[in-house]
Write a protein that binds this ligand. Structure first.
Ligand code: HEC
Ligand code: HEC
Ligand code: HEC
Ligand code: HEC
Length: 352
């Protein structure tokens, strides 16, 4: 059969359109050359592959505000000045000068800087500072307790670097990277095949992979869920994990890698993912990070379910929660390891 001119032109047109359609997709790819850094022993391939062209963008997303200058103490504790401070439940042990300095700092870290509810007014009725009528103040009080718990109970994760409100909020009332239970895509009824929680490779959470799109609800919302899936016995039985559970673990691992801007080999020796002896120490830090996130989500954010208004919650009515990216924002140590918490020691003491 001879190809007619029209068929030729038609197929040419189809190819051109296909190439044109592919261009925007290609813009999402990262072009070589990449940098590689050796992290493990030679020959193990435990190296980090990074894109030097993304470094500037990452830096811009992780800028720091200048910490306020220290102020001398007034010599009066908040709890001893009942005239001025009528409803202080968490910060009573602070010197009044440090209290005022901290209020000014959280106004910059969390509250909007313009509009009717800017600065102090974001949490306070400025005619009656003691009032708890704004939900934001009630949330902020719990956040103060949460930040102190992170800095005192999770040292195996946050070390001496610690966190402040800014680590998550970055000058915004709502942190950039948060999640709530994902109700999934609309599904045809009847005999249509169910996607059973699998991603259609368009949602960012499992790094656009075709893995479960919500590994967080099962693995990051409460303490005690098992992530381990690799068999520990020759015959089936060991961890009891099926394919679905394994995919959920992999989806979480994809998130952890993306959130920190690292490869799997930042934590694992990929010849044996499960083996702790062959892993890097960072994997242990990450393990404590998982515990931290679960505690924060279940016991701090979870306790605010009735406080948040509906428009601040997810489509399933649960509160917005944290994952690894909330603090890390694409780098292995939040804010490149700079410690803002050192300038605000009152955020690193145990709760009363
Ligand atoms: C992000 C929320 C938030 C912002 C913004 C904020 N505060 Fe507060 N403020 C609180 C919380 C929470 C408490 C209660 C702390 C506690 O219970 O330990 C409080 C308590 C106070 C109190 C004690 C009132 C009383 O009588 O009990 C004063 C005074 C105060 N803040 C002043 C300020 C000033 C001034 C600003 C602006 C520079 C400000 N706050 C900005 C959350 C906030
Ligand atoms: C580990 C991360 C993290 C830290 C640290 C943190 N927050 Fe939050 N904060 C969140 C998340 C997540 C939410 C929920 C956002 C939502 O539901 O829209 C939130 C919500 C809030 C809100 C409600 C905002 C709104 O408009 O609804 C306030 C106020 C707030 N935080 C204050 C603080 C203060 C003050 C601190 C420091 C003492 C702090 N946060 C530390 C993660 C954090
Ligand atoms: C930031 C550190 C970190 C990174 C990066 C990371 N992991 Fe993990 N991984 C862990 C930790 C911690 C556990 C153990 C969790 C537990 O035991 O509760 C784990 C567990 C696993 C397990 C289960 C092991 C078992 O005992 O059954 C597999 C499989 C796995 N990771 C694969 C991967 C893959 C694939 C990647 C890259 C896409 C990756 N991990 C990236 C820290 C990491
Ligand atoms: C509340 C904020 C916060 C959250 C949420 C958080 N981290 Fe971290 N993480 C930190 C801080 C702060 C450090 C820096 C500690 C230091 O200076 O050694 C850190 C350090 C690490 C390190 C060590 C990096 C290195 O270069 O040695 C790993 C690995 C890590 N985090 C993994 C995770 C994982 C995985 C998650 C989610 C399960 C997570 N983190 C969630 C605050 C957080």
């Amino acid at each position: 059969m001879k190809l007619s001119a029209t068929t030729l032109t038609a197929s040419l047109l189809v190819s051109v359109i296909a190439i044109l359609l592919a261009i925007p997709m290609m813009l999402q790819w990262e072009r070589p050359p990449m940098d590689t850094t050796q992290e493990g022993f030679r020959g193990l391939g435990m190296e980090q592959v990074t894109n030097p062209r993304l470094a500037e963008r990452l830096k811009a997303a992780n800028l720091l505000p200048t910490p306020d200058d220290p102020v001398p103490n007034d010599g009066v504790l908040v709890k001893d000045d009942k005239e001025t401070y009528k409803n202080v439940q968490v910060l009573g042990d602070l010197d009044t000068a440090q209290f005022v300095r901290l209020m000014a700092a959280i106004s910059v870290w969390v509250a909007p800087q313009e509009g009717d509810n800017a600065s102090c007014a974001y949490c306070h009725n400025t005619d009656n500072m003691a009032s708890d009528e704004k939900y934001t103040k009630v949330v902020a009080r719990r956040m103060l307790q949460m930040t102190r718990a992170i800095n005192t109970q999770y040292k195996p994760h946050v070390a001496e670097t610690g966190v402040t409100c800014y680590t998550c909020h970055r000058g915004q009332p709502v942190p950039a990277n948060i999640w709530s239970t994902n109700p999934g895509m609309k599904q045809a009824g009847g005999f249509a095949a169910s996607r059973d929680g699998q991603n259609l490779a368009h949602q960012p959470i499992p790094a656009y992979a075709s893995l479960p799109y919500d590994p967080f609800t099962p693995l990051l919302s409460k303490p005690g869920e098992t992530i381990r899936v690799v068999a520990t016995t020759a015959l089936p039985g060991g961890t009891g994990a099926d394919v679905k559970k394994t995919e959920t673990t992999y989806a979480l691992m994809m998130h952890m890698s993306t959130a920190l801007g690292v490869n799997c080999t930042f934590c694992h020796n990929t010849r044996q993912f499960a083996n702790w002896q062959q892993s890097r120490p960072q994997r242990v830090t990450a393990w404590h990070g998982i515990e931290l996130v679960r505690d924060v989500n279940a016991n701090y954010l979870g306790s605010l379910t009735d406080v948040f208004p509906a428009n601040r919650k997810g489509p399933m009515g649960d509160v917005m929660k944290v994952d690894c990216a909330t603090c890390h924002n694409g780098v292995n140590k939040p804010l490149y390891g700079f410690s803002m918490a050192k300038s605000y020691p009152e955020l690193s003491v145990p709760n009363p």
